[in-house]
Design a binder for this molecule. Sequence first.
Ligand code: MN
Length: 487
Amino acid sequence: MIEEIIQKAKKEDKKVYVYAHKFPDGDAISSSCAVVQYLKSHGIDAKYIVTHKIFSYPNLTADIPVTTSVEQDAISLLLDTSTISYAENKLFTKSRPDNIYVIDHHEKVKGGFCIEDELKLSPSHVIRNAEASSTCEIVAEEFKREKVTPQIANLLTLGLLTDTATLKFLKTDTLNHLANLIEAGADYEAILKLCDKKIKLKDEVGLAKVLLKTQKFPIGNTFGLICLCNQHQVNELVKQYGIRNIQKKIFKMSDIDNCSFLCMGAENAPKQYDLEFRSTSTCGDFNVLTLATQYGGGGHYHASGCCCSPIIASSVNASIKEQATTLYTKQANHFSPHEPNEHDLSLSSILNATNYLTSDISPDLLRQVDALIKQGANYESMIKRSKSFSTFMLGNELLSKIPYSKVFDNNASVQIQLSPQDLSFLTQKYHVSEDDILPLISIFRNVAISSASIHLPNGKVSQIDKDGNISISSIPTSIKRNHSILR
Ligand SMILES: [Mn+2]
């Protein structure tokens, strides 16, 4: 399709405008920038059209200007956008349908309506491939290999990594595409670093306070989690911590043992909830896209979202729980622990040798992992480093204890001092022993701080430094006192 666009732009002397979705993520931004660069290298006047400034990935997006008007009837290419309402802006409606093209990896459910239907586009103008992990993956396939510069390869790698939550969720050929991109000059480890930038302490603390409201409910032999913020809570989060679009932080709730369904929502406008849904192939494996579609939303089998205007919080809460349970009983494969096979063992040794595919990887190694998955290795359950629900909640409890005066300091030394009352409250509420508390210092691993420590009433301490090094001491207070007297 890209080739067709190039020919048409040349023949009819047209500009090409590239559009993507609102709240643009790594995939939307990178696929747009990559396509613009690729078209420019063919002598085409191309531009990524956004009407709001983009703040994420500043190294990549510094040069994306805000546009307010476009030429009549240029060629428009819509990327990573499944419906008109999901688009960042509607300037592409200045193009006639025969000048509009779509490349997207969001799934279209049976009987559903996607942007190409809304715009009445010819099927030859649409690539909708839900088997691709990301729009970047499809775009990589569309480009001529020899024309993919290292810079373009880097962009496409970023989109592929962000849309797969750094390779936690793969589609059929994701690792093969990544192998090709690395061969084209992508700097995998550098792009990986861009994906896990440190989180600001204020964001982590603000989110923890919200996540403390997470409710757990049974679904078959698994459970679901739901966390809804009403407008008052949303406003407080924005005012106190500057956190917007809280529902997009649903990934914070993932990776919890035996959890098969997630829902996070925020009343971002009065009586208007933005909801996000997630499920996993390793626990339950049910289709949350059907759930979002019921509310006029869209997305993917395991990740979907919608905006439901007339429904008030309490009814969303009850009905989602009910619908998730119904869906699960109707379609889920009941969860049973997976017995490792020989392919799992080979895969596990690769994952250990490469620190879970974060270092020392090569295109060949990625292709090897791809082959193991196709032979039946259970990649998704192995790559996840999951935690228990109580560990997740205890992390939120500890973060919530950090005083507000500290949270805006990106170089803070955080001390969490637990009183005997705190300790008995936490150990009873979450059925853990006090020794389970200290290792939770790892919650600071991706947070911008200079150091953090947890102090128990008996003098035991755990610490983490800004490079993520953890130490857990077990020196009782009395000995420490003696020690200081001796000195
Ligand atoms: Mn995407």
